[in-house]
Design a protein around this ligand. Structure first.
Ligand SMILES: NC(=O)c1ccc[n+]([C@@H]2O[C@H](COP(=O)([O-])OP(=O)(O)OC[C@H]3O[C@@H](n4cnc5c(N)ncnc54)[C@H](OP(=O)(O)O)[C@@H]3O)[C@@H](O)[C@H]2O)c1
Length: 211
């Protein structure tokens, strides 16, 4: 049993991560900005706390005593190019201060590289209206890559996208990038928790698809 802190616990990926962690018997600290909106997250094994993932002191304070952290936050109201880099810095610095050794972050398929090393967002046919958001996500991952840190980080992305249907097959594969593939949030959460319970990938970004 581990103690896991989930930032962005009230969102789609965050909720799935909380559910899967509880299913495995872990203790979960669910971090949201406004706990008043998320009372449904409370229950056995879950502590609901207020916190902003872009604030280093908050991350350090809330994460103390945990074994691992999951980053599933996304702020649609913030400038993406500010949000993802600020969160990456705050997580690296705050988790290191708190002595938390493992960070698993939810990433974006568009920033995965195809077989020849080209990011998906740079391949022909990729919708360019999403490009600023993709670049912002990529900038956050660049902060992780550039860091010299004791935090063993990993970015896990859908290989293509999340599925609309929320069926849980109980299986997933690590496949790199495949724009046509889909993974439910529940199956995606299996990958997040597997990489905490038995870490297999380190300081890289991986893509997963559902079975
Ligand atoms: N195809 C793909 O690769 C793909 C598709 C979809 C999503 N994604 C990625 O998956 C990640 C999660 O997406 P999602 O769909 O689960 O998002 P979501 O449902 O919008 O949830 C994001 C959560 O983050 C919380 N949040 C926002 N700012 C925060 C902050 N500063 N500190 C702490 N929590 C904060 C929000 O809660 P409050 O606003 O109430 O605080 C919200 O509950 C994102 O990085 C997204 O880009 C990838």
């Amino acid at each position: 049993m581990s103690k896991i802190i989930v930032f962005g616990a009230g969102g789609r990926a965050g909720r799935a991560a909380v559910a899967e962690a509880l299913q495995r018997g872990h203790h979960v600290t669910a971090v949201v900005r406004n706990p008043g909106k998320y009372h449904d997250l409370e229950g056995a094994g879950v502590r609901l706390l207020a916190g902003d993932v872009t604030d280093t002191d908050t991350v350090a304070d809330l994460a103390a005593g945990h074994d691992a952290a999951i980053m599933a936050a996304y702020d649609a109201g913030a400038q993406p190019d500010v949000f993802f880099t600020a969160a990456a810095h705050a997580l690296l610095d705050g988790l290191a201060r708190a002595g938390v050794g493992r960070l698993v972050a939810v990433g974006l398929a568009a920033t995965l590289e195809t077989a020849d090393g080209t990011p998906l967002m740079d391949t022909p046919g990729f919708p360019q209206e999403y490009r600023p958001f993709c670049l912002a996500h990529a900038a956050g991952t660049t902060v992780l890559h550039a860091s010299v840190t004791a935090v063993d980080w990993l970015v896990v992305s859908p290989a293509g996208d999340f599925a609309n249907a929320e069926a849980c097959s109980g299986r997933y594969s690590v496949v790199g990038v495949d724009m046509d593939s889909r993974v439910s949030h529940s199956d995606f959460a299996l990958a997040l928790l597997d990489e905490i319970d038995t870490p297999r990938h380190h300081r890289v970004q991986i893509g997963v698809e559902g079975a």
